[in-house]
Write a protein that binds this ligand. Structure first.
Ligand code: SF4
Ligand code: SF4
Length: 472
């Protein structure tokens, strides 16, 4: 570990790593320091000049993103002198900035708006005509650019050069006519492109998926993981419960976890929030006839009593808790449990950044709770079974004939051809409507505490199995 040294910030003593960036030390201690261009993923750029601090013994203010921590430094991030410097730089930023706040998607989470309100700079001293630029540039993929709102921090440019290595974006033209654009013949088409929307400190880059849909202050958030693949990237789930409408997820945003996904997520995972709401299976069925849930549960208890050769097929997207309760239930029923799920492996999906070919969240959990996914064992159990119970596993979706002459019970959160084919089909909570523990592709165990407010009939698999009588 690097040497820790003492430093004084705004008359209070702190410790920081010698040689680390001063801005990192300030951010770690949650000391407000205005900045646009600095991002820990890309290091120092020093173009916005907003992160100025006063350092005792130095004549002029310094940018904290390019100042290494030294022993016994005395620093001021506020005070008459440094406030005036930050305000002057902000004033320059605002010379050409449009008055879009009332209609801007970034309002409520905009750094420019926040710093402006913090600095108390309310009087516009510049009376010259503002420069105008393009308001609606389709950059490709899922990103729109408003060139007028850009503060030219170049975070988006550096993302494409330093993270994806695709280099689609650049700064074109000069001085106060400089704008962000794609290079001729290029579009922002890379599988991680939408991260530039989160990186953009202002409302210049917006996502086509989310823009003009919701004011961010109406959304609630909780931390979770993506189940788009076995990486299990950490995400913020932004959702809203409106009157007469089910609690709905409106977007995922990346959440930093250096052990799992760093700062970013892929676009496909980000847009998979739609899976939580679209095509939901919501009404329990007996022989494809809509039936109240309690009656369906009774019919299920009866069916379990009658059948004595049962195969339970689970999905590698179930949580550890769900896998455990399914196993416990199977023991009571003397049933075989299989986790066979080759259909979640997609050789065309993975890359050497984050994306994994295994498109399930918890295959590593099988080993933890000793559930086999062996093909032979599964085929043998399927051949013998008179009853097949399926938990969220899509294996039979395109091969319903394998279920001919068998009784079928299915638990799904989304509509599946298997539901119609089932003797009993019960809707269950979707991935983010339930809490649970998952192990990712590198063995990291992650817990999700869902905060969705459910109206839907669908229950969690754990509570459903606890409420069903499976004793002979
Ligand atoms: S578009 Fe946003 S991220 Fe890109 S340079 Fe402008 S302000 Fe920065
Ligand atoms: S890499 Fe995988 S887990 Fe991460 S966001 Fe993409 S699909 Fe989701």
């Amino acid at each position: 570990m690097s040497e820790l040294v003492k430093l004084t910030i705004n008359d209070k003593e702190y410790e920081a790593e010698k040689g680390s960036l001063l801005i990192d030390a300030l951010l770690k201690e949650e000391i407000t320091i205005p900045h646009f261009c600095y991002h820990p993923a890309f290091g120092t750029d020093g173009n916005c000049r907003m992160c100025m601090v006063e350092i005792e013994g130095q004549k002029r203010p310094q940018i904290s993103c390019d100042t290494p921590v030294k022993p016994d430094m005395v620093i001021y991030t506020k005070g008459e002198k440094i406030d005036a410097v930050q305000r002057d730089i902000l004033e320059l930023q605002l010379v050409n900035h449009p008055l879009d706040c009332p209609t801007c998607d970034q309002a409520g989470e905009c750094k420019l708006q926040d710093f402006y309100m913090d600095s108390g700079f309310y009087v516009n001293r510049v009376n010259v005509q503002k420069n105008h630029a393009l308001k609606k540039v389709d950059l490709g993929a899922n990103v729109m650019l408003d060139q007028e709102r850009c503060v030219l921090c170049t975070r988006c440019v550096r993302f494409t050069t330093q993270f994806t290595g695709t280099g689609e974006l650049g700064v074109v033209s000069r001085a106060d006519h400089s704008v962000i654009d794609t290079f001729p013949g290029l579009k922002l088409h890379n599988p991680y492109a939408m991260n530039v929307v989160d990186l953009c400190p202002v409302g210049a880059l917006t996502s086509k998926d989310f823009r003009f849909k919701h004011r961010v202050w109406f959304l609630e958030s909780f931390d979770a993981i993506c189940n788009g693949c076995s990486r299990g990237c950490n995400i913020k789930v932004d959702h809203r419960k409106e009157k007469y409408v089910d609690d709905t997820i409106h977007r995922y945003r990346p959440l930093e976890n250096q052990e799992v996904n760093g700062y970013f997520i892929c676009d496909e995972g980000r847009l998979s929030h739609k899976n939580e709401t679209q095509n939901r299976f919501e009404q329990s069925l007996i022989s494809n006839v809509e039936t109240p849930l309690e009656d369906t549960k009774d019919a299920l208890s009866q069916l379990i009593k009658e059948e004595n050769n049962t195969l339970i097929l689970i999905s590698p997207n179930l949580s550890l808790e769900e896998m455990e309760i399914v196993k416990k239930t199977a023991m009571k029923m003397n049933a075989t449990v299989s986790g066979y799920a080759p259909q979640y492996i997609d050789e065309s999906f993975g890359d050497d950044i984050l994306k994994q070919n295994d498109r399930s969240a918890n295959r590593a959990g099988y080993e933890k709770v000793s559930i086999s996914e062996d093909e032979k064992e599964f085929q043998n159990a399927l051949n013998k079974a008179s009853l097949v119970v399926i938990f969220e596993n899509s294996y039979f979706d395109n091969q319903l004939d394998l279920l001919e002459n068998k009784k079928v019970v299915s638990f799904f959160s989304q509509n599946s051809p298997v539901c119609e084919k089932s003797d009993i089909a019960i809707p269950v909570a979707s991935f983010l409507e339930k809490s649970g523990t998952y192990i990712n592709c590198t063995g990291v165990t992650q817990k999700v505490e869902s905060q969705m407010k459910k109206d839907k009939q669908s229950e969690e698999i754990t509570s459903l199995l606890e409420s069903i009588n499976v004793n002979y």
